[in-house]
Design a protein around this ligand. Structure first.
Ligand code: NAP
Length: 502
């Protein structure tokens, strides 16, 4: 009998073999693949009310994926029902709900449970985890909390004094009717460029505060025709071939980011034409024109961003924000613009993740402390020296600017499932990457990073930490990452035997 729902109000077990934190794409994949490997003793906790992670939380108007639908699903659960070439948030969330329900693992999920902290107990060789629903111990701790889950607010004077409605893009207040209101959006990143066109038509006026003009390419989104959908459903292999073609097309762009900047300049010429086509006003055109190499920040895709900026009721403001008053934003030139609602689309705490402050490793040091000493880094983006039996999903340097994170997530999950298999097979109590293995991995990653557009492109992005090191992205093709993480390489780890092991 397949468990389609988590048990209502069920208490947490006192101990589990594997505890997964986060029920987004990463946590769900880990649960399904652990179950598939024969491990049933796991638990997945999430502070939200259901699966979905970032796709559950980001419900802002216009929320959609900028990676093609064909790539934005698990390889083990293709979705022939996508309605468009770029899926919207409700469709992706619906897909994740369906996969979770059909996979039979939901009885081991607990929602509304906050991960409060975990410490490695070296004597018992397990993780002691505190949650809002009580303590639990686990031999393996899997952090799949997501890199883009903690909203980052701008450091603007007077924000607390603003008396109108204010909310972050990832915490959209659906109780606020924006119709006829004076609205401001701070930020022009991936979220803002979806929000602005979606609300511009119904607000009285929309002030868009831009610090850095992004590169925005046309989106080429379209609804799938009935015959295409039928083919995806009925013709064996059709959707896999389609998916592979999209994957290869995306992978073909990797050289533009890592080695061949002249390709980026060609693409940026076409991106500039995109601006010129939509915007007639030369002053606005100049404001919308980016001044860094294409690819240095995430390349955005939208076919309605520039037309939205060109609307009469929308103003693109490039003067820096000075402060907020109870009813207005004041820019450095002294201009005050009255507003009713402030939407903060300023991104996430991607490189200083709060969960790192809550995980204490072998020496009693938190992950955040370890990272502040030696920089945010891990071994193969999955494990960290000093933190036995901790596995990260979307750990350091596993992010992508060009393709689907679901591919990287599946690579990381395969690695951790194989690690768990080997732990049991060789009767090991713990595994921890050696300092040398971690250092060598990161030296290689950072050496490769030097030539990339993320380092040389003349921008400041959330990919970089406080020291300017790119700790977010993977600097090679994704199939290389897949190959390097295909199996757990025990020889890069220090391990301890279980009691009674040979
Ligand atoms: P983001 O890309 O980090 O963009 C934040 C925006 O806020 C930037 O324009 C930034 O300007 C601006 N900003 C930050 N602090 C500011 C301040 N104090 N004053 C003025 N402006 C400020 O955040 P996001 O748009 O939420 O996207 C985050 C990530 O989520 C993306 O990179 C992407 O990986 C993911 N995402 C994906 C999709 C998708 O379709 N798959 C959609 C949305 C988001 P600067 O550029 O000057 O820093």
């Amino acid at each position: 009998m397949i468990a389609q729902q988590p048990p209502a109000g069920a208490a947490l077990p006192e101990r589990v073999a594997v505890l997964i934190v986060g029920a987004g794409f990463g946590g769900l994949a880990a649960a399904i693949k652990l179950a598939g490997s024969g491990e049933q003793d796991f638990l997945c906790i999430d502070r939200g009310a259901e699966v979905g992670g970032t796709w559950r939380d980001n419900t802002y108007p216009g929320a959609a994926c900028d990676v093609p639908s064909q790539l934005y699903s698990f390889s083990f659960a293709l979705n022939p029902d996508w309605s468009r070439s770029f899926s919207t948030q409700p469709e992706i969330q619906g897909y994740l709900r369906r996969v979770a329900r059909d996979s039979g693992v939901l009885d081991r999920f607990r929602f509304g449970v906050e991960f409060e902290g975990a410490s490695w107990d070296a004597d018992a060789e397990l993780w002691r985890v505190e949650t809002s629903a009580g303590p639990v111990t686990a031999r393996l701790l899997v952090s799949a909390a997501g890199a883009l889950s903690e909203p980052k607010l701008p450091d603007v004077a007077g924000l607390a004094a603003f008396e109108g409605a204010v909310f972050h893009s990832a915490q959209w207040d659906h109780g606020q009717d924006l119709t006829g209101k004076r609205v401001a959006v701070i930020g022009t990143g991936a979220s803002a460029i979806q929000i602005v066109p979606a609300i511009a038509g119904r607000v009285a006026r929309l002030d868009v505060y831009q610090r850095t003009a992004p590169w925005v390419l046309p989106r080429h989104d379209r609804a799938y025709r009935r015959l295409e959908k039928l083919a995806m459903r009925r013709i064996p292999g059709y959707q896999r071939v389609l998916r592979s073609l999209v994957y290869l097309a995306r992978e073909a762009t990797v050289p533009m980011f890592i080695a061949t900047p002249w390709i980026g300049s060609l693409v940026s010429r076409s991106a500039t034409r995109n601006i010129d086509r939509a915007i007639c006003d030369p002053v606005l055109r100049a404001k919308a024109q980016p001044h860094f190499a294409l690819g240095c920040k995430r390349v955005l895709v939208s076919s309605d961003w520039y037309p939205a900026l060109a609307r009469d009721n929308v103003e693109l403001i490039t003067e820096p924000i000075s402060h907020l008053t109870p009813d207005a934003i004041v820019t450095a030139d002294g201009t005050a613009r009255q507003i009713d609602v402030l939407i903060v689309a300023t991104g996430f705490q991607a490189t200083e993740q709060p969960i790192a402050e809550r995980i204490k490793g072998r020496t009693g040091q938190t992950l955040a402390q370890a990272w502040s000493e030696r920089g945010v880094q891990g071994y193969k983006g999955a494990t960290v020296h000093g933190f036995p039996n901790l596995f990260l999903v979307i750990g350091p340097n596993t992010g992508l600017g060009h393709s689907s994170m679901v591919y990287m997530i599946e690579s990381q999950v395969a690695y951790l499932v194989d690690a768990w298999r080997q732990l049991r097979r060789f009767r090991l109590a713990s595994v921890e990457p050696t300092a040398a293995a971690e250092a060598a991995w990161n030296a290689d990653v950072q050496r490769r990073m030097r030539r990339t557009v993320w380092s040389t492109g003349g921008c400041r992005s959330w990919y970089l930490d406080a020291h300017g090191r790119n700790v977010a992205l993977w600097p090679r093709p994704t199939y290389t990452f897949r190959r390097l993480t295909a199996s757990f390489d025990l020889d890069a780890y220090a391990s301890t035997p279980s009691d009674g092991a040979a």
